[in-house]
Design a protein around this ligand. Sequence first.
Ligand code: 6J7
Length: 294
Amino acid sequence: MFFAADGKVEVTKEGMKLCTMGPGKVFGELAILYNCTRTATVRTLVHVKLWAIDRQCFQTIMMRTGLIKHSEYMDFLKSVPTFQGLSEETLSKLADVMEETHYDDGEYIIRQGARGDTFFIISKGKVNVTQEDSVNQDNIHLRELGRGDWFGEQALQGEDLRTANVIAAEPVTCLVIDRDSFKHLIGGLDDVSNKVYEDAEAKAKYEAENAFFSSLKLNDFNIIDTLGVGGFGRVELVQLKNEESKTFAMKILKKRHIVDTRQQEHIRAEKHIMTEAHSDFIVRSEPSESLCFM
Ligand code: 6J7
């Protein structure tokens, strides 16, 4: 295998020029790696200075580097609480299959909605996990992860789709494991298979809803029809003026009447129970002042 120190070489295959290469480039590794005959011809264009490594030396270096990496990965995996219950044999298999990948600051490691086949363990740097809110499509920050944290298990368990974005917050190195190895070596771990994010997701959803609904004013709605009339007021079918597909049942109460009949506590309790229900059919957020004081 050769390392170009100075000069210029030309690479051709079956008479066709493939490229030219200058100082700093490496060539001739394929025949050693795959134990095959040379796959292309490399010819000097000018006076060239090269460094050469023979097959045996190359293989020894590769083996040593591989062994060093393997032992580094083993030490790292042992330091991650989730993997501490794994046997030496399993850890060693994991260390064998892991691929090191690097990401720049701001780069998407995972995109929500994409298909996913890999599991990630962070060995260096920090990432942000965000999720697109279904109401107004804003990205909500869920958490920050760092060295020793892992992610990407969701798409490997249920549907193949990524459920959140993971974005490098600085230069990041991850150890990546493919779906099959994940299934055989990690997927059965309690920490991984029982990981639940509901709280963060519910919180994020609530915050997004809150931001959306608290900005609305009574004037933003059209009343379409009356759904019902009760002792304390009425329920109207309303729609957003600027997004007509968004319709709601809006309960309208007269404050004067509530105060006169001393129903304040009752009304507060009703709102509290509705909020606690965590139903997709109930708006949980605080209404804006103008909606409160209508
Ligand atoms: Br870390 C993390 N926190 C969350 C969260 O609160 N909700 C969701 N849905 N995912 C979260 N994640 C990780 C989890 O490992 O982000 C990954 C995105 O790809 C997800 O797995 P994934 O859906 O395969």
